[in-house]
Design a protein around this ligand. Sequence first.
Ligand SMILES: Nc1ncnc2c1ncn2[C@@H]1O[C@H](COP(=O)(O)OP(=O)(O)OP(=O)(O)O)[C@@H](O)[C@H]1O
Ligand SMILES: [Mg+2]
Length: 498
Amino acid sequence: MEPPRLLIIDDDPEISDYIKTMLTLDAPHFRINILGSARECLEYLKKNEVDCILSDYQMPDMSGMKLLETLRSGGSDIPFIFITGQGSEEVAREAFKIGANDYFTKDIGFAHFPRIINSIEQAVKNREDNRQRRLTVDALKESESRYKDLVELSTDFIYRSDRYGNQLFMNDAAYRMLEATPEEVNGQPWQKWIHPEDIKRTMESFGEMMAKGIDAFNFENRFVSKSGKIIHVMHNVRVLRDEHGTITGTQGIARDITERKLAEMALKEAGKEKNAVFHMLTHDIRGPLSVIYGYGDILKTEGGEAAKIMGEIQKAARRISLLIDDMLAISRLESDEAGLILQPVFAMELIEQAVKDCEMFARERRVEIKIEVEPKTPRIYADSAQIRRAVTNLLANAVNYNREGGTALIRAGAVPKDPMKMFIEVSDDGDGIFEEDLPRLFEKYYRGKNAGKNRGTGLGLAMVKAAVDAHGGKVKVSSRRGEGSKFTIILPVKPGIS
Ligand SMILES: Nc1ncnc2c1ncn2[C@@H]1O[C@H](COP(=O)(O)OP(=O)(O)OP(=O)(O)O)[C@@H](O)[C@H]1O
Ligand SMILES: [Mg+2]
């Protein structure tokens, strides 16, 4: 603590000096100033900090009592000690009543200086302690009101309930959300405000968490407001315990996620509708297509020009049917309910089927198809229809974008250094792909600049990617303009195991 700054007020300078001398003997650290009147003191205090005043009782222009009164009514808490010649019980009592800290008489030859010093030091210390206490209380009050503001201003729903599930507290946002008053909420079970369909699930997830000893967790459910509005919320709950670990209640924040939920539900609906349209279209188009195809076969037996034309019609019908296959496969693979039908598949089987699919096309284009399958090629678990379609698409491209007399090569084997993966690679002798097209090649409906008048829709590679992704695999392309292209599919032996 800093050395106390003292003021001695007395109209008799000799007495003041004497007091100062005596105090300094025992308390040399005191910093003492002497003033001759109460008015001087008031002036002095306007500009200076003082830790304690020792004042005479009776002075000509203004008494010590009056001085003390003036100070206290102005809110000053400076310790004030009387040193007076006219000591009486009555005066002392009066002095204490208006806020004096102590009271000494000048008589006894000032034998009691140690007591005066003690009194000064005590008064100064008390004042400092009081100030600190006030500061702490103020700080506490402020932080409390800050938290209160936070809770009340929050747009999130903040609540607390006792261990029986009765609400104890909710913030304004909560009352607003539920359109309820505190009386309608507090002291009553929280279930009152939960959507009836969600109560059981909510209690179960609570029970589960508590059984597992997890004290902080999240879950979603729905509130129903007084007027029946349904509010989707995400809860962030904490279990409260006392010092023995016994559960005393819960406390939580719930955030309104209604908008997000509604958007998600709308999206799901839209997805369902899209899928419904897809399936309807494919069935209603596929049926008539197979009729065209079938009658075509009958007509072709007639021979002649008509048979040739019928062949073209059939080819067109087949193209439509393949296109629908790709559209369907992509939409199914991209939706949540992909539902792959996994079964053991050999690379050789897949490749032979893909070659069969493209044979006619290759003959027409005068492209030779070559196959190289390593003997150690692992058998994989896959949805063979999807992977076969993917390989067919790659091979069809290798034929379609090849040159006359070129070769399409399909290779398969174990990935070097990773025998738990299989690769299938399709390469060709075509003109290759422009570099700027490479990054977008696997997008739906994207066709490269080289596609030119070669027929196509831009769905083939998108289907390849969707199928490979669904199996947890990868597809890569490497191509340079003028040097042919190479597409590589890498598939894990079992989806989900790498
Ligand atoms: N082997 C290849 N050689 C050269 N370009 C290719 C090759 N494979 C794909 N491409 C390029 O990639 C583009 C996209 O191929 P994708 O198979 O997705 O569609 P598409 O062949 O144009 O139409 P379709 O839906 O009938 O398959 C093609 O338009 C072509 O530009
Ligand atoms: Mg294609």
